[in-house]
Design a protein around this ligand. Structure first.
Ligand SMILES: Nc1ncnc2c1ncn2[C@@H]1O[C@H](COP(=O)(O)OP(=O)(O)OP(=O)(O)O)[C@@H](O)[C@H]1O
Ligand SMILES: [Mg+2]
Length: 500
């Protein structure tokens, strides 16, 4: 730029303006001798400072230029220099003025340097604010609930917060030094995310919103995540990517629980309506069956019957009695029979049931293991019926084991001490997934005709329900089956719990 010729009047104003400037201003030669100064710089000096080295007039000045003098930088680079990093250094004397320096060129050479001081306190405040806001941002990222991971374009991780550390198992130091963004995804996940980020279809270019992808932790386990990510631009150039990682494991677990509860609810509804139907049919059958039994007995007693006819009537009587037993079981399922409810020790009931069964020949090659927790409290119930529950489940297990394998019976107390849990598992042939939803239905059986009525588990279900409990089965075909039962612990003091 061409020099603007100053008129005398202009020059006078310029000098006045420099003098009115309320900070110290010096003009020095490249050898640090003072060429000119404003009025404020003269304050405190009785003799003229012109011609003296600038470091001479500084409070505590030494033999040569100060160690961090900005003029040195100007002489080296030809550019203005701010001794910024020392401005907030309290060791710097507030009297020192060599904070900002810029060159005055003549014929392409540095002819002189202007030295200015600044309001130290103001600079210090700016710096403090900068540090504070940086610290605040850092805190914000580190205390975020979601994992925050930023990486540069080579994949090097540059931000990794606490939540990311918890989710992945890497320490912040490990993440910043030892791994890249590619290590926190399964397979080619990082590339996939980058591709999505660069396309328009997932929240706009440079953005990816609520994208479900599999992350990978330090142990190599898969962590399903929901990812919000964006590209970071600086002056229009892509410089990094930042991602907010939300761990979906809890959400998925809750979803599964909910689905399971819904299935149980449906099952309970279905069983309740079947119970009503079974009770209706049973009552309808009860009267004619009683009639058949009564009149058959009468005929058998009152007439001198030939032997053949008597034998036939005995068969009628036997079959009618069997039908009556089935009706009785149906009523049991529909909870229409009276019970003798009192506090019961479930471990004792299980032991007695196992004792009755284990000597039967079908159990000879079955390894029965009991893990009965002594601490389980009493439950309120009918000993006979509870025994019936365990007997039915154990007999089914024996059938599934075809006489050989392992049967495990375990009791335990829930963490909140309110529920007694019973688990009965076998290593038998298991139940196919499409059969499980039906096993508690009355008359559902996979056994050949004459081997099973399909009433066993429906009665079990009815009894467990009437004890305020719950039952469900889990199975893997070829591996075995486990029945899980829960009964409310009887409240101590009144000797009984709530009955459903
Ligand atoms: N431990 C088990 N392993 C494999 N399948 C089982 C097991 N327990 C029950 N089942 C399946 O559930 C079905 C229903 O059982 P449930 O006890 O209600 O009837 P059942 O045993 O067939 O006849 P019963 O009325 O004589 O008991 C069985 O037919 C069988 O397919
Ligand atoms: Mg059975």
């Amino acid at each position: 730029m061409d020099r603007h010729p100053h008129s005398e009047k202009e020059k006078k104003y310029l000098i006045d303006a420099i003098d009115a400037f309320n900070r110290k201003l010096l003009i020095i030669a490249p050898d640090y001798t003072i060429l000119a100064c404003n009025n404020v710089a003269m304050e405190g000096h009785t003799e003229s400072i012109i011609g003296r080295p600038c470091y001479d007039i500084i409070l505590g000045g030494g033999d040569g230029p100060c160690a961090n003098c900005p003029a040195k930088e100007v002489l080296k680079t030809g550019n203005a220099s701010l001794r910024y990093d020392h401005c907030y250094d309290l060791a710097v004397s507030p009297d020192m003025l060599c904070l900002y320096s810029y060159p005055v060129h003549r014929d392409g050479e540095v002819d002189a340097l202007v030295m200015l001081d600044f309001d130290l306190q103001a600079l210090k405040n700016i710096e403090e604010r900068r540090l504070r806001s940086n610290g605040f941002l850092r805190n914000l990222i580190h205390s975020a609930v979601d994992g925050v991971i930023a990486s540069d374009l080579t994949g090097k991780i540059i931000i990794f917060n606490e939540a990311a550390s918890q989710m992945t198992g890497y320490t912040v130091k490990e993440a910043l030094n030892d791994i890249t963004i590619r290590d926190v995804y399964v397979g080619d996940g990082a590339r996939e995310v980058m591709r999505m980020l660069l396309s328009h279809e997932h929240g706009g270019e440079g953005k990816l919103i609520s994208y479900h992808i599999d992350g990978k932790n330090k142990n190599g386990d898969v962590v399903p995540i929901s990812l919000n990510a964006s590209v970071v631009y600086e002056n229009g150039n892509k410089v990094a990517t930042i991602g907010f990682f939300h761990d979906r494991r809890d959400e998925i677990r809750m979803q599964k629980e909910l689905e399971k509860t819904q299935v149980q609810l449906l099952q309970a509804e279905k069983m309740a309506s079947m119970g009503k139907m079974a009770a209706g049919v049973a009552h309808q059958l009860n009267n004619p069956l009683s009639g058949i039994i009564l009149f058959t007995k009468l005929v058998m007693e009152e007439y001198g019957l030939p032997e053949d006819a008597r034998k036939d009537l005995e068969r009628v009587l036997d079959d009618a009695k069997r039908a009556k037993d089935i009706v009785k079981e149906l009523l049991e399922f529909a909870r229409q029979t009276s019970h003798d409810m009192k506090p019961q020790n479930i471990n004792e009931i299980i032991s007695r049931t196992v004792f009755l069964l284990e000597n039967q020949s079908i159990f000879h090659n079955i390894d029965i293991r009991k893990h009965l927790d002594e601490r389980v409290p009493m439950i309120f119930g009918d000993a006979q019926q509870l025994s019936h529950v365990f007997m039915n489940i154990i007999l089914n297990a024996a059938d599934a084991l075809s006489g050989r394998g392992q049967l495990t019976i375990q009791t335990s107390l829930s963490a909140d001490n309110k529920t007694v849990c019973v688990e009965i598992s076998d290593t038998g042939h298991g139940i196919p997934a499409d059969v499980i939803p039906h096993i508690f239905e009355p008359f559902y059986t996979t056994k050949e005709q004459g081997k099973g009525t399909g009433l066993g588990l429906s009665i079990v279900y009815g009894i467990v329900e009437s004890h305020g409990g719950r039952i469900r089965a889990e199975s893997e075909t070829g591996c075995g089956t486990t029945f899980f039962m829960e009964f409310p612990a009887a409240k101590s003091g009144n000797g009984g719990g709530q009955i459903g």
